[in-house]
Design a protein around this ligand. Structure first.
Ligand SMILES: [Fe+2]
Length: 259
């Protein structure tokens, strides 16, 4: 069995004391990392699905590189809308290949699963972008791997969340990923962030999951951005040759303030 940890939407700021919607994002993240060090130091992969920083400053990315050093040999990343590919790539140069503004993607295999990170960052926009060419290349990689199961990790979910304000900042080109989910029984998992809360949907053969932020939490209710009290969290994925089980872990003694 392979144990994969997904964390998302860290939104780190340069100032260690700075608050984002009343949340000290660095302090919250450090509590998440404390729990990961205690419980997941030997996980097989740690995947960050975007929005590493809120200010997109080099110093904020450097702080994250140092914080996640214990997992550096198993760290995989894709950018979110709150990311800058050039800085992300330069600070995490030991993990991210390519040049300049090239897509930041990854691929690895664990326990018969081909795990693939897709870059949905669309510079200047909160919404995401996925092209037909990205999906065609991803399918080729999956074919070449020979793996029986495929898991995709990306920032923006490819499904409607039935939330007026979240769906307005969704994923352009989601139909390309949805069509892969519908036509390929190997594609069984799509793990996303962006929406700062836990959800589960079905798309074709795949279960589409979103995962809470390590800091600020959102509610899908309402028609304007809705920040809510809640505990930071991360997702555990247990991958086997037979399938996957998954659950969200929360940091029990930490809660975001009531907005
Ligand atoms: Fe975010």
């Amino acid at each position: 069995m392979a144990r994969i940890i997904q964390i998302t939407d860290l939104h780190v700021l340069e100032d260690p004391q700075a608050l984002l919607k009343g949340v000290n994002v660095r302090w919250f993240l450090e509590r998440v990392v404390d729990q990961l060090l205690a419980q997941e130091s030997d996980c097989d992969a740690l995947v960050i699905t975007g929005d590493h920083t809120h200010d997109e400053l080099e110093s904020s990315y450097s702080y994250l590189r140092d914080l996640f050093a214990p997992w550096n040999d198993r760290l995989y990343q894709v950018p979110g809308n709150h990311d800058e590919r050039r800085i992300l790539r330069s600070v995490f140069a030991s993990r991210i290949s390519g040049r300049d503004d090239d897509l930041v993607q990854f691929a690895f295999e664990q326990s018969g699963w081909f795990c693939l990170g897709l870059d949905t960052h669309d510079s200047g926009n909160v919404s995401g972008l996925l092209t037909q060419g990205q999906i065609a290349a991803a399918r080729q990689q999956a074919d070449a791997s020979g793996a029986e199961r495929v898991a995709v990790f990306c920032h923006h979910p490819p499904v409607q969340l039935e939330s007026e304000w979240m769906d307005a900042i969704g994923l352009h080109g989601a139909e390309h990923l949805r069509s892969w989910c519908e036509s390929d029984p190997r594609l069984q998992l799509v793990c996303c962030g962006h929406v700062h809360h836990e959800s589960q949907h079905t798309c074709g053969h795949a279960t589409v999951l979103t995962t809470p932020s390590t800091g600020v939490q959102f509610s899908p209710l309402g028609n304007v951005p809705n920040f809510v009290a809640g505990q930071p969290g991360y997702r555990v994925l247990e991958l086997t040759e037979q399938g996957c089980s998954t659950f969200v872990m929360r940091i029990n003694d930490v809660a975001t303030p009531v907005p």
